[in-house]
Write a protein that binds this ligand. Structure first.
Ligand SMILES: NC(=O)NCCC[C@H](N)C(=O)O
Length: 408
């Protein structure tokens, strides 16, 4: 099967998601901020909510791929396993002695268990239950419940770490330390998993190699007509966007990138926390966003990039022009600014379109959902009482790999 995502709204055919698991049980009031969660999740409820999310996707015709299963299958390839284990367990990360012990344990595990360990992390006690330990300074200076390998609870947000842009995929270098190890899993999956290996898909970015040129998928929207909207945000840097632009332009599939200059704060960490596309030429937008300055990037002479700066008030006309239409339909829920801020915080603007005019959103954002329904959008409500505690909604929790083209 081919892979292609040439819009935000074409009928969704295939998507990668991650069912929350044991990694969530590592969250504590003490470490949650560092791990980028605002609260502790009730895991069983979060799983029920996520299963509902997955079921809606399947019922509407999308093939759901689970990240943890893709990872387990990838680990069956010896080269992929070494690639990941060399990166995760080495003398720099664990010290030479503990690295040897934990690596030996990792090598001995069935792949599904190893995939879980890589995502959930491992404590000293869990390691010593299963190995004879080692004379390790690192282990000797740890409490039993300390984590030798930290968990990756933000794998829940599959959109961010890799994102498909037209016919290729960008494996992203992540801004926050708590998410940086996620990238190695995607590097291995896209390189060695039988579904992707040998499929000749262009890599718009190869992962960790991008270093500080970070781009996170929540900032990238494939609006169609060869155009891409990217937030310059708390997470996505200008150098990341410029690097991506030069690769996309060389690839010949993208003719225009609109960089939106966002304020750098957690509530609006990615572009998809404040606006998402819900239908042809139609966006749902957080009421207090206002309009933002944008920069248009186009292929220039001699492999260069031509950059035009646009005033804030031109934001929507710039996007409309990129789509080849006269005017955007911008749906802003009429509500007071407290309600707007609350619904934005709870991912009211973070919708996942599974077809033109059909979106998944959290059920809790009652004003926004009603307003969108009143404007002809079919709203499929996903329970999000627990899932939302990680500050991401249906758009963040999905990495589309295949969408049908949208008719003109
Ligand atoms: N696209 C998104 O906005 N993703 C949500 C990411 C939430 C996650 N806890 C983070 O802070 O990275």
């Amino acid at each position: 099967m081919g892979f292609s995502v040439d819009s935000e709204i074409g009928k969704l055919k295939q998507v990668i998601i991650h069912r929350p698991g044991k990694e969530m049980l590592r969250l504590t009031p003490q470490n949650k901020d560092h791990l980028l969660f605002d609260d502790i999740l009730w895991l069983e409820k979060a799983q029920e909510e996520h299963d509902r999310f997955a079921q809606i996707l399947r019922d509407r015709g999308a093939e759901v791929l689970y990240l943890q299963e893709l990872l387990a299958q990838t680990l069956q390839v010896a080269e992929a396993k070494s690639y990941i284990l060399d990166y995760v367990f080495n003398e720099n990360t664990c010290g030479p002695r503990a690295a040897q012990t934990v690596r030996a344990l990792a090598e001995s595990l069935p792949e599904p268990e190893l995939a879980e360990l890589l995502i959930a992390g491992i404590t000293k006690a869990e390691l010593l239950e299963r190995t004879t330990g080692a004379d390790s300074l690192v282990l000797s200076t740890m409490e039993d419940d300390d984590l030798l390998l930290t968990p990756l609870p933000n794998h829940l947000f599959t959109r961010d770490t890799s994102c498909w842009i037209y016919g290729g995929v960008s494996i992203n270098s992540m801004m926050m330390e708590a998410r940086q190890r996620e990238t190695i899993h995607y590097e291995a999956i896209y390189r060695w998993h039988p579904l992707f290996a040998g499929s000749d898909v262009p890599l718009w970015s190869e992962g960790l190699a991008a270093g500080p040129a970070t781009v996170e998928g929540g900032d990238v929207q494939i609006i169609g007509n060869g155009a891409v909207l990217v937030g310059v945000s708390e997470r996505t840097t200008a150098q990341g966007i410029e690097r991506l632009a030069s690769r996309l332009f060389k690839g010949g599939q993208v003719s225009q990138i609109i960089a939106v200059e966002m304020s750098k704060n957690r509530a609006q960490m990615h572009l998809d926390t404040v606006m998402t596309m819900v239908d042809k030429g139609t966006f749902t937008v957080y009421g207090d966003l206002g309009t933002l300055p944008t920069l248009t990037l186009r292929p220039g002479d001699a492999e260069g990039i031509e950059i035009t700066r646009n005033a804030p008030e031109e934001m929507y006309s710039v996007i409309a022009k990129a789509l080849g239409i006269d005017k955007l339909r911008v749906l802003v829920t009429p509500q007071d600014s407290r309600a707007a801020a609350r619904e934005q915080w709870n991912d009211g603007s973070n919708t996942l379109a599974i077809a033109p005019g059909v979106i998944l959103t959290y059920d809790r954002n009652v004003n926004t959902n009603q307003f969108l329904t009143d404007h002809g959008i079919e709203v499929l409500a996903v329970p999000g009482a627990e899932l939302g505690r990680g500050r991401g909604g249906p758009h963040c929790m999905s990495c589309p790999t295949l969408r049908e083209p949208v008719d003109a």
